[in-house]
Structures are given as C-alpha cells and as structure tokens.
Design a protein around this ligand. Structure first.
Ligand code: SF4
Length: 379
C-alpha cells in the first residue's frame, strides 16, 4: 500500500496547504465546486476543508449517484417488484434510498418484494439465467463510470437471447449536469451559488476523458482541474484552481494524469454508444428536469428496456418537506443547514438520499464529524 500512502502524506498536505495560503488573494473569495461525491467523501474524511484558508470555500456538487436519483425512479423499481412480481437487482446503496409511502427498496423487500443486492451487472445476468421463469430487472444507476458494465450486460443478454432480462436504465451524464449548474449561475437564478472553478471527477473522467470539460473553460470561462480521489490529489487540484483564478486563466487541467487522458476510454465509449442514446430530459433530485442529461436504451436493444417491456410511465414525486437534499445537491445549502441532520436523519435512518451513500454530502459530514468543529462560513 506504499503507493496510496504517498498520496495521504500529512507533511506534504501541509506543505500544499501553506502554498495555497500563500497564493490566495486575501481580498477575494474562491468558490470551487467538487462535482463528484468521491471528492466530497475525501474532503470530509481527510479534513481537507480545515487545511484551507478562510477565503477558499468548497461547494459540494451533485455527483453522488444515489443522491441524484429521484423518488419517482425508485418507486418504479419498487412497483416492478411488489406489483409485477419481478426480481429487481441493484447496487447496495440504492437499496436504502427513501422512496414514496415510507418505503425504500430494502423496506419493499421486507414486504415480500424479491429485491436483491448485487455487486455487478453480470450478477443480474447470472440470476436471469438461473431463473428463466421469472422476469429479472436490473435497476441500473450511476454516472458514466457504471454505464459501460450495464451496456456490456445488455449486449451479452442480446447475444444469449436472454428473454427474461431487462434494465431499468437511470444512467446520468456528468457534463449535462455541469452545464445545468453553470446555466443557473449565468442566469442569476435564485439560489444559484457563485462558482469560480470545478474539481472534475476522477472515475468518470477515466471513461469520458478531459475533452468534454473544454466547453466549460471556453464558453463559461470556468477553470476545471480533474483530480484523483486521494487527499493530496484534491489539495493539488485546489492549488491549481487558485493559480488559474489568480492568473485569469480558464483551462481544463489534469491533475489525475496517472489515469485520465484527453480522449478517455474509447472502448468504453463505443459500447455505451452502441447500446444507449441520449434521453430528451431526465429528472434529477435537486436539479429537476435536466435536458439531455441521461441515457436510454436504443430501440435495437428495446426488448431489454424495462420501461418498454412493462410499459412504465414516470411520475415525479416531491422530496420529504424538511429534507434539504435538493438545495445541498445544488450547492446552495450545507448538510448542517438541515433541521433533520444528525437528529432524525442519520446514516442508520436516512430521511433523504444525501445521507445514504458514503459519497453523499450529509453522510460524509456526519460520518467524519466535521460539522462539530468547522464554523459554517456564509458566502
Ligand atoms: S440531513 Fe437528511 S433530511 Fe437533511 S438534507 Fe441531509 S439527507 Fe436530507
């Protein structure tokens, strides 16, 4: 583990922190959004925010896959299990996201739904092969990182002519969400937070490359630094963003050169493009309907599309009235701004999606106790 240890070296972190403190302009404030939940988790886990000078504020973005999943989509998956008798397979965190009527997939399972936690898309294929008399639906969520395995599973099902397998596709797209956030800022929408630059996602960028972020630098004049998930990656990315802001540059820089290229993983992109096409619009928790921000299964693979197979229609459902997940996912509020944080809502009893996954802002703040020792800085 020597390699990882090097990226967690406290002495080096303090030296980068000193450099950031030396280079920030005390007369201005810096607002940087870490889009990805993995970075939110790293910032909370390693106390990165405490190492930053008061003028640098990190804003949590909507890049946690289960956090942005709207209630209406979870209701669809629950309905398939409870009302249509399907075996619904999904990843672990998705099981606990609150849905309508006090349910979640875990609670629906307790009511008799055949809902199974899986570790990969191929697990769902295995279940479909083993139970040919049952309908097996893979509830597929996530950003570009988890999309290629879903595409491969659908292609494999087509090759095997697996008649009882389908996918409820809720894969979403990172660049569309960043565009939506930037458009909100540009339009001075109520509640839109000022953003001086982005820390670009790590795993997503391995798949899509750094090129899709170039319009954000060129058209919106916002610097982007793609960073790995280790604390020194994040610290270095913040230093690179501070330098871009100070020098009036708007560029896409890549701190995560050990894994990310400009072009990304072309083989993964090809299989995504073969199986999926872009939806006209998709509801995100917190962001609402976002144009061209998610994928659907192409007509050529339509027999594996659970929405077509079960003739599903979509019904949007509002969040719990007191849950601030929507505002937190837009970067407008912090977890501690929610009245339910740490009292009614905890990781053991999540009331909203941001408290479910370790990548969720509320869960990250709660798990590492950062809310106890950081004064909330008002922008
Ligand atoms: S603490 Fe719970 S209820 Fe409040 S915003 Fe976070 S997830 Fe929602």
């Amino acid at each position: 583990m020597k390699y990882v240890d090097e990226f967690r070296d406290g002495g080096l972190a303090r030296r980068i922190a000193d450099r950031i403190a030396a280079e920030v302009d005390p007369a201005r404030r810096y607002h940087f959004m870490e889009f990805c939940g993995g970075h939110t988790h790293a910032i909370a886990r390693y106390g990165v925010a405490e190492l930053l000078p008061p003028g640098v504020r990190m804003i949590h973005g909507p890049g946690c896959p289960v956090c942005v999943l709207p209630i209406g989509r979870i209701d669809q998956a629950i309905g398939l299990a409870l009302e249509r008798g399907a075996i619904v397979c999904t990843y672990g965190d998705t099981m606990r996201v609150p849905a309508s009527q006090g349910l979640s997939l875990t609670k629906a399972k307790a009511r008799g739904g055949d809902i199974r936690m899986i570790h990969s898309a191929t697990d769902a294929l295995r279940i479909a092969r083993a139970e040919p008399q049952r309908e097996v639906v893979f509830f597929a969520i996530g950003f570009e990182t988890t999309t290629p395995p879903t595409a491969l599973a659908i292609r494999q099902a087509a090759q095997e002519d697996l008649a009882n397998f389908s996918v409820l596709c809720c894969h979403v797209l990172t660049p569309s969400a960043i565009t939506h956030i930037l458009e909100s800022v540009a339009a001075h929408e109520r509640g839109a937070v000022p953003i001086d630059g982005f820390i670009g996602p790590a795993h997503v960028s391995i798949v899509i490359g750094s090129q899709p972020y170039e319009p954000f630098a060129r058209d919106y004049r916002k610097p982007v630094v793609i960073a790995g998930f280790e604390p020194l990656d994040v610290m270095q990315a913040i230093l690179m963003l501070v330098r871009q802001v100070n020098e009036g540059r708007f560029e896409v820089e890549n701190e995560f050169t050990r894994a990310v290229t400009r072009a990304g993983n072309r083989a993964a992109q090809a299989v995504i493009d073969e199986v999926f096409e872009i939806r006209d619009a998709f509801e995100w928790r917190g962001l609402g309907e976002v144009a061209r921000s998610a994928l659907k299964i192409r007509a050529g693979f339509g027999t594996f599309d659970a929405e077509r197979r079960f003739d599903l229609s979509y019904r949007p459902v509002p969040d719990h009235k007191q849950c601030e997940c929507g505002a937190i996912l837009r970067g407008v509020k912090r977890p501690t701004d929610c009245k339910l944080f740490g009292t009614v809502c905890t990781p053991e009893n999540p009331m909203g999606s941001c408290m479910v996954s370790s990548e969720g802002a509320c869960a990250a703040h709660y798990s590492y106790g950062r809310f106890r020792d950081i004064p909330v800085v008002v922008p």
